[in-house]
Design a protein around this ligand. Structure first.
Ligand code: PRE
Length: 363
């Protein structure tokens, strides 16, 4: 049937605009290529997280609508991803296989023009990035339901890598299986964090099924694809990846379940991002176990008006009830107040390590 004349006319205008957009995008891509040539001459790095954050912040501030501001960031991330790929390939390591939330976080942060380096464990993400197999690694650090990701934080204590960015993701867990039914499921295979995040749903709907921890949710989905008695808990993308049904969608106990990821790289190959205007500095410190020790950590921040957006403790495993504190400060060491507060903090601590300074996640 012939579409009405009004619709055809509107689509005609959209087609014409798309051609204009394409021409503009190609001009933008040529400029990025020229920037790439300049950087090559200077021997400087291509990926500039602070510049990408400023581009997105600026466009959101200038956006007259009706396009929603929430749509601006993903569209321009993709545009910059494609432009960046013309300058140099971006190789990104993450906890694989295909279909994991870590992969989704990597694609959300770097855009889809990247070279995927899926890894078997969080340790391997750090190792591949340190060895130069990947330029960047994406590691989960914190979940809004389950708290910190202990393995990542433990590795941060000793890794030579540092953080240059952060991104967070709404995590929707789905029960996946070959059959579109809950009948006959003997075991549910998923990453221990996902099993924990779906604890109430599993107790209610599959009380007799074994909860089988595996290396990643995508691995659980892969296993569920091989055996009809198994189910997995993973993303909807993993369902299509492994040809499974979403038997029950969004089974996580907390509907606002979010996971925060850190983007890490090798400081010998990549400089710390410059100040973007909205930055975070992550530290790990320890203090000698004595009265007032916690006050000594907090006092320099108060004195210099530096806000703290996160404070997590982790046992030092010395058997002495000693702890490491993971601290996020708002600001960049280029700001005198932040720099002075960090110096004073360093003097008050038995152990002090800057994990990185980077633009705050822009949605
Ligand atoms: O401005 C730059 O340095 C560029 O390389 C261009 C561009 C972009 O597409 O806007 C691409 C990659 C960088 O990470 C930042 C921005």
């Amino acid at each position: 049937m012939q579409a009405p004349a009004d619709l055809l006319a509107l689509r005609g205008q959209i087609d014409a605009l798309d051609r204009d957009l394409l021409a503009l995008l190609n001009r933008r891509a040529q400029l990025a290529q020229e920037v790439g040539e300049l950087k090559k001459k200077e021997g400087s790095v291509v990926f500039r997280p602070e510049r990408e954050a400023q581009v997105i912040d600026g466009l959101k501030a200038a956006n007259p609508g009706p396009l929603k501001n929430d749509s601006v960031a993903p569209i321009w991330r993709e545009i910059m991803s494609a432009c960046r790929a013309l300058e140099t390939p971006t190789r990104v390591a993450y906890l694989g296989p295909a279909g994991t939330f870590s992969e989704e976080a990597a694609l959300g942060y770097f855009g889809s023009s990247l070279v995927r380096v899926p890894c078997a464990s969080i340790d391997e993400v750090f190792r591949s990035t340190a060895a130069g197999v990947a330029d960047f690694g994406v590691v989960p650090v914190e979940n809004s339901t389950e708290g910190m990701v202990a393995r990542s934080l433990d590795i941060f204590l000793t890794t030579p890598l540092f953080i240059i960015g952060e991104t967070s993701l709404f995590v929707r867990h789905n029960l996946l299986r070959r059959e579109n039914s809950l009948e006959g499921i003997e075991a549910v295979c998923a990453h221990p964090q996902a099993l924990a995040q779906c604890h109430e749903w599993l107790s209610l709907h599959l009380p007799h099924a074994e909860r089988r921890p595996v290396a990643s949710n995508a691995e659980g989905a892969r296993l569920a694809g091989l055996d009809p008695k198994l189910a997995g808990i993973a993303s909807a993308r993993a369902a299509s990846e492994y040809g499974l049904h979403v038997v029950a969608p969004a089974i996580q106990d907390d509907t606002h379940n979010r996971t925060r990821f850190a983007i890490v790289t090798d400081p010998h190959r990549h400089p710390a991002p410059k100040a973007s205007g909205h930055d975070c500095t992550s530290l790990v410190v320890s203090v000698v176990n004595r009265p007032g020790a916690m006050y000594d950590i907090l006092a320099p921040l108060k004195r210099h008006g530096v806000s703290m957006s996160r404070l997590e403790s982790r046992p030092a495993r010395s058997g002495q009830w000693e702890y490491y504190f993971f601290i996020d400060l708002q600001g960049h060491p280029d700001q005198p107040a932040v720099q002075t507060a960090m110096h004073e903090l360093r003097d008050a601590c038995a152990f002090f390590k800057v994990l990185g300074t980077y633009p705050i996640d822009v949605h």
